[in-house]
Write a protein that binds this ligand. Structure first.
Ligand code: GLN
Length: 296
């Protein structure tokens, strides 16, 4: 124990973790210990659990300076996924940077629902799904990885963001079944993608009025265009929901990620557009997260 009682050189794994946990906490980080461990594991190329087995291991100068660089960025509020350059999502790992929203565990609720509702594989027919506003490509690529019979169109309004999604498709070796189209919502889809077996989207749904409620890390680092959608957050859904009827096959599902306070409003939009079998599904925290509906 004695070697870890005082802070300062020589820095061991335990001492530096204690120091950075305090430092990040003072800088307003809300998960300082976990973040310190993840970043140190990355700097040392060790699985996090190994840090615990090697608490008294001293750090050499090159390890310290790599770690210091990362801690500086985190202390300024930059999210861990941007510092590491990757984030795990469902069954895949995605490259992440400031071009796109960081994939969230909440969005796995939508992936899970999509897998449940997709028609069974049919040897004679490939299924067609579109992911509108694909960001990193998270939903499109997770679904394509799970279902080899699926062909996916992934769209985004930002060419820069779509560049990141394409890089992810290449890294995951899914480029042959996932096509990318740039444009505004459904206008991005070419005519041969107008009879879909499923349409999914995690669009921007935060209201401008909620801007001040957001965590600094999100507000200052993630792309605003991926977060906000008008005063109440529903502007994009007001356009996307009615338009999606034109590109779904009869009986095909529409799945949308929504804000936890938007269940009733989105149900109303789906009813007004003429959708049937409307349901709001909860995320792991039990809050409204996904709207599900079917074209009649
Ligand atoms: N579809 C992407 C995701 O789920 C991006 C969502 C967004 O930018 N609003 O991560």
């Amino acid at each position: 124990m004695s070697s870890s009682e005082t802070l300062g050189p020589p820095w061991t794994i335990l001492k530096i973790l204690r120091w950075t946990t305090d430092f990040l906490g003072e800088r307003g980080c809300d998960s300082p210990r976990v973040d310190a461990e993840i970043l140190l594991g990355h700097a040392l190329d060790l699985p996090r659990i190994q840090l615990y087995a090697q608490f008294d291991r001293p750090l050499i100068e090159s390890e310290l300076s790599a770690y210091r660089q990362m801690i500086k960025r985190r202390a300024a509020g930059e999210p861990v996924a941007y510092i590491l350059g990757e984030r795990g999502f469902w069954n895949i790992t995605l490259k992440t940077d400031a071009r796109a929203l960081i994939p969230r565990p909440d969005t796995e609720t939508l992936v899970e629902a999509a897998l449940k509702l997709l028609p069974a594989p049919d040897a004679d027919q490939e299924l067609r799904l579109a992911d509108i506003g694909t960001g990193t490509g998270a939903i499109a690529l997770a679904l394509a990885a799970e279902r080899p019979d699926l062909r996916v169109a992934a769209t985004d309004i930002s060419a820069e963001t779509l560049g990141l999604a394409k890089e992810n498709a290449e890294l995951l070796d899914l480029s042959d079944r996932v096509s990318f189209f740039q444009g505004d919502l459904l206008q991005a889809l070419p005519a041969d993608w107008h009879a879909l077996d499923m349409l999914v989207s995690n669009p921007p749904y935060i209201g401008e009025s909620e801007r001040e409620e957001l965590m600094r890390d999100v507000r200052d680092f993630e792309p605003a265009a991926a977060l906000f959608s008008g005063e109440d957050g529903l502007d994009i859904l007001r356009r996307l929901i009615p338009a999606s009827l034109d590109v779904l096959k009869p009986g095909a599902y529409l799945l949308l990620e929504i804000g936890y306070r938007q269940g009733a409003a989105v149900t109303g939009l789906l009813e007004d557009a003429g959708f049937k079998d409307i349901d709001i599904l909860p995320d792991l925290g039990g809050r409204d997260r996904v709207a599900r509906a079917r074209r009649p």
